[in-house]
Structure formats: structure tokens, C-alpha cells
Design a protein around this ligand. Structure first.
Ligand SMILES: Cc1cc2nc3c(=O)[nH]c(=O)nc-3n(C[C@H](O)[C@H](O)[C@H](O)COP(=O)(O)OP(=O)(O)OC[C@H]3O[C@@H](n4cnc5c(N)ncnc54)[C@H](O)[C@@H]3O)c2cc1C
Ligand code: FES
Length: 502
């Protein structure tokens, strides 16, 4: 079973599920970093706050991140400057730099032991052809007021062509940070409910009725902190966002582990950081293998093996201790969606599309949303306006999404399956022909078959089989289900229909 170091080194939470109807002032859907921080920022106000979490607190994407706290979100600022101009690029940079300080202040003020350490962050290239991209990024970032450096050497244990260095960034243990905030929320009377999945939301007069486990929460303010918004209309986030999966391994090596946080701008992308484990030994965290969730045109079977072989080419005696993966939402214009969910639904807020940089962005979001609810000004809110439709002008990505949807919703659905179920080997799966029915079947190690109707419960796209994780993944917007059809990742709120082959 693959599980992250963050999960393995912290205890599980145990909050009650919602078992009766309640009224609250603010309901936060989702107990990840966004939900917890939004609750924290609101919790000193007189408002009554509640969080509902479908699973356990801080066990979603946040439990499977690499947890670099940085405003360096890949090579972004040259693109932002050229596409949106100085004010947006500077506001993005300043808001994320401010978020690093917010985290540092919370850690100090609440006396949290979460392995928070200051680190330099680098985007590097080993390819001569990409050096100019680094030069341009340094020039853009410097023009925005951050003292970024162009370097040709860094602590990485292999030569690079060039890198951009952001000084004074940070890293932490995300679950230690969040689990330490939960008792503070409890003391401030925030209601926390686990195993409480929202399945429906209704807007009635000036309130929201939110349906969970056969019960209802009535609230004035509703915050969608559930990663991918679970309400399709009128927000229509499904036309302006997709999900991307990435993988990480935690490795012990005999040599000294280098400091700093790194991500390459080459293909494939590789990322590094370290952390100190409970036994005092350093763990090197290596990330990579990214692809669109549910993509059918990539071979993901060898993703972990490729990462492991790569690290063993540098440290031949590397001991692989952890493996994990997750997916994050990517907006089509690379700017997250934070703020009002829709112009038609007052007092409903959303924070999503962090494109794998949610440690700082979640704090930007928590501040913007809590300021909106409390009626405070926030100088960054216009940068992230969630209701904007401009992202779909990104013709390339919008075209890709449209193509995937047409294939998965129409063409794949009407085309007969290529394989018969008899061709499935043990421990593999796929959409197959089973006695003239098109089914999704996984055959376990002993040949036992688990069958599902292979159409996503979100908007009906045909699912693809992920043999690495033994999951059904949706190529359209990234919902994922385990081989028994149980939801792993939103936007879907329903399990798959199953078929008893006996
Ligand atoms: C491999 C990888 C590495 C990353 N590394 C970094 C990094 O180094 N630095 C960085 O800044 N960012 C990184 N990120 C991104 C970052 O981890 C995410 O952006 C962030 O954790 C998202 O937080 P969240 O609170 O929005 O989502 P989540 O943590 O997923 O929280 C959402 C919660 O909502 C719950 N939920 C969903 N549906 C419902 C429902 N219907 N009812 C109730 N609850 C519901 C879920 O169970 C979940 O717990 C990485 C992402 C990936 C994929
Ligand atoms: S996630 Fe939208 S159709 Fe599957």
C-alpha cells in the first residue's frame, strides 16, 4: 500500500460525523489545508464556523504533497508579466511571498512543531536549450521586486546548466502543521465533522441548505474548500480546469542529503527536498512523473520505478521507504480561482486550481475568503477572481480538454471495447467486453473479478484503468474511484455502480 511520509508519521484524527440537522454561520466544505486555514482565520470572529470533511481531516491532496512553501511556482513570472502585465504578476508574487510570512507567523504564534525550516528554492535546467528561459525568468522576477539570483551551480549532486534561486523560502511537515491547528479551532468552538460527505447543495432565499449523511446544515456563508468544486452549475469549473497527477518517493541515502528545494523545468520534471524523520535520519523526497489524470496516451505503469531508478543512478544504495501520488487542479490560465463561486450565488466562495502550489496559495485563499466574509478589504482579490471566463481563451488547453471530453463522453462510449474480459491477466483491469456488455473489470491476484459500470458519476465520461494505483480515473476532470467503485477524488460525489458477476 502506497502512503506518504506525512501520513505515516502522524496519528489519525477522530472527529464525529454529522448525525443531526444544524445551523451555522459559515460552512466550510473540505478539511484540507484550505479549509483548515480558512476556519483558523475566521475563528476569532463571533461567527459560528463548521467544517465538514468527506473523509478524515488533512488526508486529501494535502497529505500527499511535497510541502514546499514558496512563491516560486515553476517558471511562472515571465509568463504572467507577458500575459497579464505588471500589476497581476506583482500581486501574485507579493501575495505568495506574504503567505510564507503568514505561515511562519502562525508557526511561531501557536508554537507549532512542524519541522518548519527556511530553505532556498530553485528551478533548474540540465538542458542548454532552456538556459534562456531561466535568464528571462530572473529578469522578470527581479523587475517585480524579488531578489532572485541566476546561478550555474547549486547544492544538487549533479551538474546543472542554470537555475533561478529564490532565497528565504521554506518547507514543513504539512500534517504536523494542520493537526496542531485543529485543537485551536476546537477551543474556538469550530465544529468539525469527519466522514461527512456533502452530496447536494440548495440555495434557498438568502441561505444554503447542504445535505450530508441524510442530514442538513443550513448556513449563510458557504466555502467550497473541497479541492475540485463539487457543484457543477452555475460555476462551470469543469470547462476551465483539469487535474494533473504526480508521484513522490521518500528515500534514505547513506551520503549527506543536500539542502534546498528544487524543481526542474526540463521534461520529465523532477523535484527534490529533504525532511528530518522522527529517528533523526534525513529523508530525501523526490517527485516527478506528472501526467493529466486519466490520460490514456501515457504509460504510467513504470512511474515509481523510473523515479527509483533515477535516484539509484545518483545514490546506488538508496533505500526507498515511501511511495505516494495525488493530483491537483490546474486552471487554464495558470492562476488559481479564489473568491465568489458564481455571480448568481451570493456568499458562496471557492478556492481551487492551485496547479501543485497550494501551500502558499491556500493561505492566500484563506485570507481573501475570510476577508470577504468579514467585510475587510483585500488588495489581492482581483488577481484571483474565480468567476472569470478568460482561461478558456487558452485555445490549446481548452482544445485539449474539449477533445478529451468528446472522446470520453461520446466516441469511446459508443465504440465497442477492444478486449474481452478473458484476455485480462491477473492483477490487471480495463474496459472490456463481458458477455456483450461493456464493463470495467479488475481481476485481482487470484483471478477474482470486480466489475463496475465504467462511466464517471460526475458528467458521464468513460473511465480509464490505472493499473499502477488499481483505480478508475476520469480523463475529463480527474475524478478517481478505487477498483470496487468507491470514490477517491472529487468532483464526483457518488460511487460507481457495480455489477455482481456471480
Ligand atoms: C504530488 C504533488 C506535490 C505537491 N507539492 C507541493 C509543494 O511542494 N508545494 C505546494 O505549495 N503545493 C504542492 N502541491 C499542491 C498542494 O498539495 C495542493 O494544492 C493542496 O494540498 C490542496 O489543498 P486543498 O485543501 O485545496 O485540497 P485537499 O487537501 O484535497 O482538501 C480538500 C478536502 O475536501 C474533501 N472533500 C472533497 N469532496 C468533499 C465533499 N463532497 N464533502 C466534504 N468534503 C469533501 C476531501 O476529502 C479533502 O480532504 C502538490 C500537489 C501534488 C499533486
Ligand atoms: S470527472 Fe467530470 S466526467 Fe469524470
Amino acid at each position: 500500500m502506497n502512503s506518504s511520509y506525512w501520513v505515516e508519521s502522524t496519528p489519525q484524527t477522530n472527529y464525529p460525523n454529522l448525525s443531526k440537522d444544524i445551523d451555522t454561520d459559515v460552512l466550510i466544505v473540505g478539511g484540507g489545508i484550505t479549509g483548515i486555514l480558512t476556519a483558523y482565520m475566521l475563528s476569532k470572529s463571533p461567527l459560528n464556523i463548521s467544517i465538514v470533511e468527506a473523509d478524515k481531516m488533512a488526508m486529501g491532496v494535502t497529505a500527499n504533497t511535497t510541502a514546499k512553501i514558496t512563491s516560486q511556482h515553476g517558471l511562472l513570472y515571465d509568463y504572467l508579466l507577458n500575459s497579464f502585465g505588471f500589476d497581476i504578476a506583482k500581486g501574485y508574487l507579493d501575495s505568495n511571498e506574504e503567505a510564507i510570512k503568514i505561515i511562519e507567523n502562525i508557526v511561531k504564534k501557536e508554537n507549532i512543531n512542524c519541522d518548519f525550516t527556511k530553505q532556498d528554492a530553485y528551478v533548474y535546467t540540465c538542458d542548454k536549450l532552456s538556459v534562456q528561459r531561466i535568464v528571462d525568468e530572473v529578469s522578470s522576477v527581479t523587475s517585480l521586486g524579488l531578489k532572485a539570483e541566476y546561478v550555474t551551480e547549486c547544492p544538487l549532486p549533479f551538474p546543472i546548466e542554470a537555475a533561478i534561486k529564490f532565497p528565504n523560502q521554506a518547507q514543513f511537515h504539512p500534517r504536523k502543521y494542520l493537526l496542531s491547528l485543529l485543537p485551536i479551532l476546537e477551543k474556538r468552538n469550530v465544529n468539525i465533522f469527519e466522514n461527512s460527505k456533502v452530496i447536494d447543495i440548495k440555495h434557498i432565499k438568502d441561505k444554503y441548505e447542504v445535505y450530508i449523511n441524510g442530514n442538513k446544515i443550513t448556513t449563510k456563508y458557504l466555502v467550497m474548500a473541497c479541492h475540485y468544486p463539487i457543484k457543477n452549475f452555475p460555476g462551470m469549473y469543469f470547462i476551465k480546469m483539469y487535474q494533473e497527477s504526480s508521484y513522490a518517493i521518500g528515500v534514505e541515502v547513506e551520503e549527506d542529503v543536500f539542502d534546498g528545494m528544487y524543481i526542474s523545468c526540463d521534461t520529465p520534471t523532477t523535484s527534490f527536498r529533504n525532511t528530518t524523520q522522527e529517528n533523526g535520519k534525513k529523508l530525501l523526497i523526490v517527485g516527478g512523473g506528472e501526467h493529466k489524470t486519466g490520460a490514456t496516451d501515457v504509460n504510467i505503469d513504470d512511474t515509481y520505478t523510473n523515479l527509483e531508478n533515477y535516484i539509484k543512478s545518483i545514490y546506488p544504495k538508496a533505500n526507498i521507504k515511501y511511495r505516494w501520488m495525488t493530483e491537483d487542479c490546474v486552471s487554464l490560465d495558470k492562476i488559481p480561482y479564489i473568491g465568489e463561486f458564481s455571480n448568481f450565488l451570493p456568499n458562496m466562495y471557492v478556492a481551487t486550481g492551485y496547479k501543485k502550489w497550494g501551500m502558499t496559495t491556500s493561505h492566500v485563499a484563506a485570507k481573501i475568503i475570510s476577508d470577504k466574509i468579514l467585510g475587510n478589504e483585500n488588495s489581492y482579490e482581483n488577481i484571483y477572481t474565480a468567476t472569470r471566463l478568460e482561461p478558456i481563451k487558452n485555445r490549446k488547453e481548452f482544445g485539449n480538454m474539449l477533445k478529451t471530453s468528446i472522446y470520453s463522453l461520446a466516441i469511446n462510449k459508443i465504440s465497442p471495447p477492444i478486449k474481452s474480459y478473458t484476455e485480462l491477466k491477473n492483477d490487471s483491469g480495463g474496459v472490456v467486453n463481458y458477455k456483450d456488455k461493456k464493463l470495467g473489470i479488475y481481476k485481482d491476484n487470484k483471478g477474482k473479478m470486480f466489475a463496475v459500470i465504467p462511466y464517471c458519476k460526475h458528467l458521464g465520461c468513460e473511465l480509464s484503468w490505472n493499473n499502477l494505483e488499481k483505480t478508475w480515473d476520469c480523463p475529463c476532470h480527474g475524478s478517481r474511484y478505487d477498483y470496487t467503485g468507491k470514490i477517491i477524488t472529487e468532483p464526483t460525489t457518488e460511487n460507481l455502480d457495480t455489477v455482481d458477476l456471480e
